[in-house]
Design a protein around this ligand. Structure first.
Ligand SMILES: CC(C)(COP(=O)(O)OP(=O)(O)OC[C@H]1O[C@@H](n2cnc3c(N)ncnc32)[C@H](O)[C@@H]1OP(=O)(O)O)[C@@H](O)C(=O)NCCC(=O)NCCS
Length: 393
């Protein structure tokens, strides 16, 4: 039987419009400075969601772009995987919300939580679905809004993170696109980076002094909301030391299993957490700076969205061409890590055909109408069941 492969056929990204420069932290009264943050992390600014913007909103926007580039219809997608550690709800899955919004009626939908490594985990898992023939087209999204879990009084964590989403469409191919992957975990380090609370707790301000959190207060759980343990906590120096070991090790593993040497790599896309971690990783891999992609300056650490956002920007700035070998490597809470090697195989469009946005609009309106009809049908059925004294099926 002929071997099947998986390739990336579409890509898209979304970051919230609200820009938060380093100076905002000083304005908020934190004992920090633009100089400290930039010199220790390489971050100059980040994007932060508005009150009414959920992870699913960002994920949907990135996915719409990825679908347009891939030129696929909603009905073509067999599976949606959303990598996130900041889902809209404990249940339903954020992927199901995206599925409904995009009218992907033939798609299974699930969330995957491997924190900042989530997107590479999701890409590797989805590639296996495509390669095995179980799925033809998979929508893989990395989306996170860690800003809602940040303690805006803790200068050692709140300056590091930002919000955003990135998406790719994986499809079946005759030649290898995705070449190899590796995933790892070491739960003994789980305590080094945590958000412990089960409730969706919001900080009292996400950079808007006196402002409310992001509008999701309805999900907040009384007393638990005040507990410190519901914020993101981190042992920065230990994570730093570990990351500079594990990112290059994971990349080396996947290069070896894919038959690639450092000189074969056109672009290395590391998890965008800290410029110093990326530089140390590149040095260990023997990669020159021009082969390492970085946009941490603009967005900070966007968790599961960091690598797909970086990939989108690498593509849109001409850093990747057909035939190029690209390596992705990530690390995060868990502790978790993952790396993946790919050969770029599809042409990079300089623009999306003008009729595509119209087609997209029509498709998304139809999806919305279908959703309303389904909800209407459900509510009628519930009422009938109530009248007849039955539970919903
Ligand atoms: C967090 C991090 C930037 C701190 O940088 P560092 O060089 O290790 O700095 P240290 O933690 O040693 O702190 C040095 C000093 O700066 C202080 N400091 C911490 N954050 C600060 C800030 N925003 N502004 C000013 N000073 C700060 C510390 O309190 C410490 O002060 P002290 O010496 O008086 O105790 C760095 O450790 C890091 O990036 N770690 C990895 C984090 C990460 O990637 N997490 C995401 C994983 S997916």
């Amino acid at each position: 039987m002929k071997r099947r492969y998986a390739e990336i056929a579409g890509w898209g990204m979304y970051v919230p419009p609200r820009v938060m420069p380093n100076d905002t932290f000083v304005t908020m009264g934190l004992d920090t400075s633009d100089e400290w943050i930039f010199s220790r992390t390489g971050i100059e600014r980040r994007r932060v969601v508005e009150a009414d913007e959920a992870t699913s909103d960002m994920a949907t926007k990135a996915a719409v772009q990825a679908m347009a580039v891939a030129g696929l219809h909603s009905g073509d997608i067999d599976l949606i995987v959303v990598a996130t550690c900041t889902p809209d709800h404990v249940m339903p899955a954020t992927a199901s919300i995206v599925q409904d919004r995009l009218g992907m009626l033939n798609a299974g939908a699930m969330d995957l939580n491997a924190a900042c490594s989530g997107f590479v985990y999701a890409l590797a898992t989805s590639a296996a679905q495509v390669e095995s023939g179980r799925a033809k087209n998979v929508l893989v999204i990395g989306a996170d809004e860690l800003s809602i879990y940040l303690n805006w009084q803790d200068r050692s964590t709140c300056v590091l993170f930002g919000d955003g989403a990135g998406a790719v469409v994986l499809r079946q191919a005759k030649e290898p696109g995705i070449m190899g992957s590796t995933m790892g975990s070491d739960g003994s380090g789980a305590g080094l980076l945590t958000i412990k609370g089960a409730s969706r707790v919001r900080a009292s301000s996400n950079g808007t002094p006196g402002g409310s959190a992001n509008g999701h207060e309805k999900a907040t759980n009384g007393a638990a909301a005040a507990a410190d343990e519901n914020y993101l906590t981190m042992n920065g120096p230990q994570i730093f030391r570990w990351a500079t070991q594990i990112m290059p090790r994971a990349a080396e593993q996947v290069m070896a299993s894919s038959g690639l040497k450092p000189e074969d790599i056109s672009l290395f896309i590391p998890h965008q957490a800290n410029e110093r971690i990326m530089k140390a990783t590149a040095k260990r891999l023997g990669l020159p700076p021009e082969k390492v992609f970085s946009n941490v300056r603009e967005y900070g650490n966007t968790s599961a969205a960091s690598i797909p956002i970086a990939l989108c920007e690498a593509l849109s700035t001409g850093r990747v061409d057909v035939g190029d070998y690209v390596v992705l490597s990530s690390f995060g809470a868990g502790l978790s890590w993952a790396a993946l090697a790919l050969r770029w195989s599809v042409p990079i469009p300089s623009h999306v055909a003008p009729w595509r946005p119209i087609q997209r609009q029509v498709a998304s309106r139809m999806a919305a109408v279908r959703s309303v009809l389904r909800r209407g049908e459900r509510s009628v059925r519930t009422r009938i069941d109530k009248t007849l004294g039955k539970g919903e099926d």
